[in-house]
Design a protein around this ligand. Structure first.
Ligand code: NDP
Length: 493
């Protein structure tokens, strides 16, 4: 049920430093409350092209790429400070639009600030190399230059945080960008871009065009005036982005889906591992690309582990965005809830056992889109729930005998984003860290890290890296320059 309130926020595109008048609008009803909370401009091909032209002009003619690393760093730090000042307001926007608990949204904003601050530090350090061993008359230089205009396509699960995994690194490198946030969750992208203008990011360096992937995202991918696309979203759409980008020989970075494993050995600290297994799958209501949605637990401890895990899962409080005690929130929309419930149903029909959950939450939460925290035991690798990304609060448990079988099961997926290993044996920890085919491996922790560490995957989870030094370098091209000094020996002499 949606109700229009007088203060529904309404946003137009931000192009070339101006907010464009709004024509067609997309309504956002919070999946956490059923209330209409925001309206975003429904972008067209022409809007996207205008934003690309603004970014092109800002990059080609503007001052940004020629500013020093120190100047970019100072502006990024000012932006981090401005975001910190608006922490509560920004957190509430994401909480309402995603349907996530406010305490998680605050954590997202803290992570966002961290990315801006770290990118500010990197802006000062961006440098090339000098090669002095090429012969007495030669000096070789490698020069890191901004890639140009970057199209940044951001999904709905962590709107502010994923914006911050892209925008500050692009800016630190000297790029101009066009951001396409999800049409469900565009407010924080616009608010942070307004703050960027206030702290001195020149007009046209960050542009935001809201609306649907088709046509806004697709126009970014197709345009010959966009030099690079950074995409976060589903594997299917990521493949379309890569295919489209090939037509203009454009480099892309793809951070796609995942089917991570939480792997628990009998020698783990079981209290920590239970807590970690819960957090791995229920954080952000399972709508997280690095979720540990498969639990691989060693046979010898499996019954006790699952019994304790299930008791803890039943105690988890699910609630609307402003409920300070909620640990899980809503799913992003009705259609997604139907997909999640359909996958749970498929597991039951294929012979798995539901230990807890599995239903839509009604009663006080019936205005929103809530599904119970769910644990399924007796899962086999051929089942859909083992193979497909569920992106919901659903943990699938499977047992293993030894490390060899654990590695085989964990790697038996088309994805390769992140896995977590719980063991106190250093040999086991190191063996799995090497053998797991994923962009990240956590040992005795999960969904953890900081802006220093790269984010990205292998196999169907994509390629390219965000955050850290590697994330900065995605937004650069490497140029080689060889200088000869003194009189040349003639080529044809
Ligand atoms: P999509 O991959 O379809 O969407 C991600 C972003 O890409 C959105 O901003 C979307 O816009 C945009 N997009 C869609 N089509 C195109 C296109 N042709 N060219 C350029 N951009 C495009 O994900 P969904 O939101 O549909 O979610 C589906 C599934 O994807 C989830 O269930 C989950 O499994 C996975 N997912 C993974 C995420 C991750 O963090 N890796 C994040 C979100 C989803 P629009 O919303 O208008 O379609």
């Amino acid at each position: 049920m949606s109700a229009i309130t007088a203060d529904v926020r309404t946003y137009g595109h931000l192009i070339g430093g101006e907010e464009k008048p709004v024509e067609q609008l997309i309504d956002r009803v919070s999946p956490g409350t059923g209330q209409l909370v925001a309206r975003f401009a429904d972008g067209t091909v022409a809007d996207a092209q205008q934003a690309i032209a603004a970014a092109r002009a800002a990059f080609d003619d503007g001052p940004w790429r020629h500013t020093t690393g120190a100047e970019r760093s100072r502006i990024l730090l000012d932006l981090a400070a401005a975001i910190r000042e608006r922490r509560e307001q920004l957190a509430l926007l994401d909480a309402e639009e995603v349907g996530k608990p406010i305490h998680l949204a605050r954590g997202d904003i803290d992570g966002t600030i961290g990315h801006f601050e770290y990118a500010a530090a990197l802006a000062q350090q961006l440098h090339g190399d000098v090669h002095t061993n090429l012969g007495p008359n030669y000096t070789g230089l490698t020069m890191r230059e901004p890639v140009g205009v970057a199209g940044l396509i951001v999904p709905w699960n962590f709107p502010a945080l994923i914006y911050s995994q892209k925008v500050p690194y692009a800016l630190a490198a000297g790029c101009a960008v066009v951001v396409k946030p999800s049409e469900f969750t565009s407010s924080t992208a616009i608010e942070m871009t307004r703050l960027a203008a206030e702290v001195g990011v020149p007009a046209g360096v960050i542009n935001v065009v809201t609306g649907y992937g088709m046509p806004v995202g697709q126009t970014l991918v197709d345009s010959p005036d966009v030099d690079f696309v950074s995409f976060t979203g589903s594997t299917a759409t990521g493949q379309r982005v890569a295919t489209g980008a090939a037509k203009t020989t454009k480099r892309v970075s793809l951070e796609l889906g995942g089917k991570g494993a939480t792997i628990v050995f009998e020698d783990a600290d079981l209290d920590d591992a239970i807590d970690g297994a819960l957090f791995a799958v229920f954080f952000n209501t399972g709508q997280c690309c690095v979720s540990g949605s498969r639990l691989l637990v060693q046979e010898s401890i499996a019954d006790e582990f699952l019994a304790r895990l299930t008791r803890r899962a039943k105690e988890l409080h699910v609630g609307p965005p402003t409920d300070e005690d909620a640990r899980l929130g809503a799913l992003i929309h009705e259609q997604h809830a139907e997909k999640v419930l359909g996958l749970i149903e498929s597991a039951k029909q294929e012979g798995a056992t539901l230990l807890t959950g599995g239903r839509r939450l009604e009663g006080e939460l019936s205005d929103g889109v809530f599904v119970e925290p769910t644990i399924i035991d007796g899962v086999r690798p051929d089942m859909r729930v083992f193979r497909e990304e569920i992106f919901g609060p659903v943990l699938c448990a499977i047992r293993f005998r030894d490390a060899e079988e654990a590695i085989a099961l964990a790697n038996d997926t088309t994805y390769g984003l992140a896995n977590a290993v719980w063991t106190k044996n250093i040999d086991t920890a190191m063996r799995l860290s090497h053998a797991l085919r994923s962009g990240t491996v956590w040992v005795n922790t999960t969904i953890d890290g900081g802006p220093q560490l790269p984010i990205g995957g292998v196999k169907g989870s994509g390629y390219g890296r965000e955050a850290g030094q590697a994330g900065l370098e995605e937004f650069t091209e490497l140029k080689g320059c060889l200088i000869h000094t003194g009189k040349r020996v003639p080529y044809y002499g």
